[in-house]
Design a binder for this molecule. Sequence first.
Ligand code: CTP
Ligand code: MG
Length: 334
Amino acid sequence: MHRRDLLYRLDLQNFTRELLSLYDELIPTEEEEVRRRKFFSKLESLFERELPGTRLFLFGSCVNAFGVCNSDIDVCLSVDEEEPNKIELVVQMATILESDAMLNVQALTHARVPIVKFTEPATGISCDICVNNTLAVVNSKLLHDYAQIDVRLRQLAFMVKHWAKRRQVNDTYRGTLSSYAYVLMCIHFLQQRRPPILPCLQEMRPTYEVKVGSIRCAYYDQVETLRDFGADNKETLGELLTAFFDYWACQHDYNHSVISVRTGGYLSKNEKEWTRRIGNERHLICIEDPFEVTHDLGRVVDKHSIKALRAEFSRAANVIAFDFNPWATLFEPY
Ligand code: CTP
Ligand code: MG
């Protein structure tokens, strides 16, 4: 083996070790899990009392396996009505939470998904509650199920989410991507490795099926049978993170390609009719939602933020390729 390759291999081993120790630090502690569970049962009791007949469900990173320590809690209020007045319910929840002495209660009634945000004073836990967002509950289960197949998905997504937060490219209000979008990018990336590390659950015989409005959500969810799926691929976390940034920095075809976890491959912007700007939706980076297939998770990215985002992908790829201590520089705050 060439000496440079040997050095590079040794570096990668060390890089992986450093990344894995960061991964361990980011995993929520058992204590934190207990605190979250207590918080949620308290919230359930409050809502049983104040909004009888409704139910609360958890979704997002506190149940999808991609929650790092101190992440917020996403809750969905489920009401038994076809078309509830979500804005009114959000305002009503804000009043209830304020009378229960919650802090920083904000009703975001004009967001695409109206929510109420607040912080619990005793634990400092931040929480968002939306109304009847069943698709989010279902896509959280899909993400959770993918995470059970190969631990490298959770490890890779933790690194990518941590990097995105540190480098300030994880804020849909400022035109960059949601955590949900980053996790889908990781799943898609692992479906593409050769040999693949993840299968495409939606292309397999469905063992789970629900209908949300007109959308049929179906996929193979008996993931305990797939634990060896990625065993032929021996890539380490360091290699995968290197390849992930290299892909988004140099290889992705931003002009024509849509990444699709649903099909386990790529679609063209043409076939999705995502070739031009409609209103505020620009489709400069295209990530198809696995169930709401008309929904491009990249639509929030505009002509300024796409530059920032691609510059960050390139920076990450360069840091890993050339920096002496990539694990330190990579996650440096922006
Ligand atoms: N979600 C969605 N569509 C989006 C964004 C989010 O359906 N465009 C749903 C997904 O179910 C996702 C949840 O909202 O799991 C929370 O989204 P987000 O905050 O982006 O992800 P988290 O996994 O909660 O990440 P974080 O730890 O950063 O809060
Ligand atoms: Mg969240």
